[in-house]
Design a protein around this ligand. Structure first.
Ligand SMILES: *[C@@H]1O[C@H](CO)[C@@H](O)[C@H](O)[C@H]1NC(C)=O
Ligand SMILES: *[C@@H]1O[C@H](CO)[C@@H](O)[C@H](O)[C@H]1NC(C)=O
Length: 409
């Protein structure tokens, strides 16, 4: 069964960050800042006026005004597009997501595995205030492709590697590529304040982080999905395509752009959703699995869905997904949740062999997993460390690399 081979999720198994790591990251960021006096840092500092306290600090005001209506804590607010065409701005204000006590009285809840209690009790809270926003990201002219990367604060080195490789913001044949990292807030028990300072500093340098005020846990990944869809609907009306992926994948940007080009030629943008599609999967009932779903929570086969490691969609479809997502209850596995949204639109994701979000071969040790010619011919491959990504990128982009044929596997 395909999805038994799902990769482990980013960094969630890591033990608490040691103070020394925080310190090392801080020194690293500082060093980077010193060495990169190119336009990025300087320009961003100079332009920082547009967002001021919006961007760089916890919004005290939000905290104070949060609990005005405690019997309906649902921070659901519609995206209001003002009729003169000015987009609405992020409007989710409710910071304190209190639990839905009515759930506790229900029979199925009493039978439910306690690991899911937290999820179910807070399931109604969907949109959260932003700690770091970039309303200007898509504003300067048409962005062709937006690279959207799920990350967590601690994975600074992975973001660094992505910025230097496939997530590099640049223009290819007049097509603008922009990058954003999606983050939640530090989970309790970690060195919250220092981590928050670090991420604000990192954003000050690169200006590519969106951060929401919900805990960055595995079951909250779907919140990243829905908050991003809403954000995109507000701030990026003219973007054409979105690549969405993890921070530990290799993306062959050239091949990705080529695929986009083909789809445009065939006029297939409207329903475009391509990736490593899994059909006919069923929920995992093995309680040891990270993807375990109890019957009480879901008792049907899954709709076709795409491995969340990396997929491509058109912005037209992203906006439709946003609309239908609002009518669906959150599901703890984010890629399955998107599959449910697609199903609601009567669409199936397209399977493309270039997307290898479950590895090139299922055997982790296979030599193919380190063979540059495969990377040259694929679009997305999981799963690489920051160092492996940097190395593979430079090998694949070395003009002396000779690959005999368009290799297929
Ligand atoms: C959040 O709301 C709940 C119930 O409305 C309240 O008991 C709790 O103290 C609040 N927490 C914070 C941090 O404001
Ligand atoms: C998700 O984040 C919210 C807000 O921080 C928190 O109340 C909730 O417990 C989290 N849910 C899970 C399942 O971790």
């Amino acid at each position: 069964m395909d999805h038994l081979f799902r990769r482990k999720r980013v960094g969630l198994l890591k033990p608490l960050l040691s103070l020394s790591l925080v310190f090392a990251s801080f020194l690293m960021i500082h060093k980077l800042k010193m060495s990169e006096k190119d336009a990025v840092g300087v320009k961003h500092m100079r332009d920082a006026g547009w967002c001021g306290s919006e961007c760089f600090s916890f919004k005290k005001a939000t905290v104070e005004t949060s609990v005005e209506n405690s019997d309906s804590p649902v921070p659901l607010l519609d995206t209001q597009r003002v009729s003169n065409g000015t987009p609405a701005s992020w409007d989710a204000q409710v910071l304190n997501c209190s639990e839905d006590a009515s759930v506790r009285t229900q029979d199925w809840f009493r039978r439910l595995d306690p690991r899911f209690h937290q999820f179910v009790l807070h399931r109604h809270c969907r949109y959260f205030p932003m700690l770091i926003n970039h309303p200007e990201k898509c504003a300067d002219g048409e962005v062709h492709l937006l690279m959207v990367v799920k990350s967590v604060i601690e994975q600074h080195d992975r973001r660094e590697a992505v910025r230097k490789t496939w997530g590099k913001e640049h223009t290819v044949d007049g097509k603008k590529i922009r990058t954003l990292f999606l983050l939640g807030s530090p989970t309790t028990g970690k060195d919250t304040k220092n981590l928050q300072k670090l991420i604000e500093y990192e954003d000050l340098i690169y200006g590519d982080i969106l951060q929401w005020d919900f805990m960055d846990t595995f079951f909250n990944l779907t919140l990243k999905e829905v908050n991003f869809l809403k954000w995109f609907d507000i701030y990026c009306p003219d973007v054409q395509f979105i690549f969405k992926g993890d921070d530990d994948v290799f993306v062959n940007t050239h091949n990705l752009l080529e695929l986009v080009g083909f789809k445009v030629e065939e006029s297939k943008e409207a329903d475009l959703f391509v990736g490593d599609t899994i059909s006919k999967a069923i929920p995992i009932r093995n309680r040891q699995s990270k993807y375990y779903i109890p019957k009480e929570l879901y008792d049907k086969p899954y709709p076709p869905y795409v491995g969340g490691g990396g997929f491509l969609m058109s912005s037209q479809l992203a906006r439709r997904l946003f609309v239908v997502s609002e009518d669906l209850e959150l599901y703890p596995i984010d890629d399955v949740f998107l599959g449910m949204c697609l199903q609601k639109l009567h669409l199936s994701p397209e399977l493309h062999p270039g997307f290898r979000t479950f590895g090139i071969t299922r055997r982790r040790v296979s030599s193919m997993n380190s063979e540059p010619c495969f990377y040259k011919n694929l679009i997305v491959v999981h799963k690489l460390s920051a160092q492996e990504l940097l190395k593979m990128w430079s090998v694949v982009h070395n003009e002396e690399l000779v690959c005999a044929l368009r290799t297929s596997i």
